[in-house]
Design a protein around this ligand. Sequence first.
Ligand SMILES: CC(C)(COP(=O)(O)OP(=O)(O)OC[C@H]1O[C@@H](n2cnc3c(N)ncnc32)[C@H](O)[C@@H]1OP(=O)(O)O)[C@@H](O)C(=O)NCCC(=O)NCCS
Length: 146
Amino acid sequence: MLPPDANVAGNVFGGTILKMIDEIAGIVATKHCRRNCVTANIEHIDFIYPVHIGDLLEMRGKLSFVGKTSMEVGVETFAENLETGDVNFAGKATVTMVALDEDGRPVPVPPLKLETEEDRKLFAAGQKRYDERAKRVKHMKRTKNR
Ligand SMILES: CC(C)(COP(=O)(O)OP(=O)(O)OC[C@H]1O[C@@H](n2cnc3c(N)ncnc32)[C@H](O)[C@@H]1OP(=O)(O)O)[C@@H](O)C(=O)NCCC(=O)NCCS
């Protein structure tokens, strides 16, 4: 991370990391469905360790849940101090991406292959969040349209 990435306190600006999280989630989702994807939701974002200028940032994205046209990606962020080699877990976000067809409409994506017990647990937890989001979005669409 370089000086233009800093906030006024001299650490890395959260919005900079958020943008990178969004990009990583977009790449993971696009690689799954080979379609153009948009961000529908970012939730559960926790910054638990400050990232410093000079740190090397590593992000790991993994699909946790796939619906019909939506994909949930968990993105973990690690910050490495290049002088000491210390690596800190900086935070985690959960991002929902939706695949779009050529006309910009949601389009079905391939199912997720669940290979391990961990995959199945992640999927079940993702399904719960998906159900909660669906309820919330339905309510918003009903009440917020002008
Ligand atoms: C995401 C978007 C394409 C969904 O379109 P829509 O007309 O609501 O389509 P649907 O109701 O058929 O929903 C399609 C899928 O998106 C999911 N979805 C819609 N809104 C969502 C939200 N806010 N959070 C999470 N998932 C959402 C639905 O659950 C559904 O998933 P499923 O097919 O796996 O069941 C539309 O809301 C959109 O274009 N949003 C803006 C996206 C954008 O521009 N992002 C960049 C930042 S501005």
